[in-house]
Ligand binder design. Structure first.
Ligand code: ATP
Length: 292
């Protein structure tokens, strides 16, 4: 398990990452979400040691992470790490050699990955000659080629079409099955909800929510949608109810001490009721609420 404990980073007066703590459990895909400037890239850079922390620490398997540990971490940086003007195969072979593979092993691992990503015919091409989506695949290949102990991926899915996302996720799942903790950042909440075993939501340098998608969805107050055959404005005066929204005959409510039976009875007393149902918030709803 990778543990982030009270990690802090300032740039001048700006506290970009403010004493954040969370875990990236073994064998899990942890989605790291937050708006522009929330501090995701800065956190990942501190995890990788490319940026110094001003407080807190990163622990790997219970001890403070060392440079040697980090050599076993696969990293896809925001600025992407590969050389645009070099052939893709050569770059992957070079990286695998740095991880201690023999020339033959490195070549076979690199070729295997490129073939898997449908780039078998492009191995000799310069990176910059590939489409952006294919460049992205090669960047991900570079992060995983050393069979890393940990994977830190900054926006790995940006620019990928849905089929490419699925094939990347299948590949990442092979690493989580080996027990590897994977932390990936993304702005695509639907994707994060679908892929992640757990989520960490960052806002203005602080962790504002974390847990599985199910925990986050049900952790907040449960809401109910009430749809009437007449105007729902009267619910504003109903004791024990917080009115989130009223739009003509429909209302979104958070029930306090009052029960659904009581709301239903009151609504029926006034006219007919079309619907009273519990509403499960989406991760996007949860995100909007915790980052507001
Ligand atoms: N090298 C730097 N010098 C000064 N300020 C920086 C530097 N790097 C990041 N920051 C600031 O730190 C804050 C966090 O930025 P960071 O890039 O970590 O956010 P992010 O969540 O990755 O955003 P995005 O989703 O836009 O990539 C921002 O206010 C940013 O301007």
């Amino acid at each position: 398990m990778l543990e982030i404990d009270q990690l802090t980073r300032r740039f001048g007066d700006n506290v970009a990452v403010d004493a954040i703590s969370f875990e990236v459990p073994d064998g899990q895909l942890t989605g790291f979400v937050g708006g522009n400037g929330a501090g995701k890239t800065t956190t990942m850079r501190m995890i990788m040691g490319v940026l110094a922390a001003h407080g807190g620490e990163v622990r790997w398997r219970g001890h403070q992470v060392s440079a040697t540990d980090r050599r076993g971490f696969g990293y896809m940086p925001e600025e992407r790490g590969l050389y645009p003007k070099q052939p893709v195969l050569d770059q992957l072979v070079y990286l695998a050699r740095l991880q201690g593979r023999s020339a033959a092993q490195a070549r076979s691992a690199a070729t295997g990955l490129l073939e898997r990503f449908d780039l078998g015919s492009r191995v000799g091409d310069k990176l910059e000659s590939l489409s952006l989506g294919n460049q992205q695949r090669v960047q991900i290949a570079a992060a995983v080629i050393g069979e890393p102990d940990v994977l830190i991926l900054d926006e790995p899915f940006s620019g990928l079409d849905p089929a490419a996302v699925d094939s990347m996720v299948d590949m990442l799942r092979e690493h989580t099955l080996r027990g590897v903790p994977v932390l990936f950042s993304s702005h695509q909440l639907d994707l994060v909800e679908r892929l992640s075993d757990s989520l960490v939501i960052l806002s203005r340098g602080k962790v504002v929510a974390r847990g599985t998608a199910a925990e986050l969805r049900t952790g907040g107050s449960v809401r109910h949608r009430l749809v009437l055959s007449y105007d729902a404005g009267w619910v504003r005066g109903l004791a024990g109810v917080t009115v989130v929204d009223v739009d003509g005959p429909s209302a979104l409510l958070e029930l306090g001490p009052v029960t659904t039976d009581q709301v239903l009875a009151e609504a029926l007393r006034r006219g007919s009721v079309r619907e009273l149902a519990e509403v499960t918030p989406s991760i996007a709803d949860v995100y909007r609420k915790v980052t507001a």
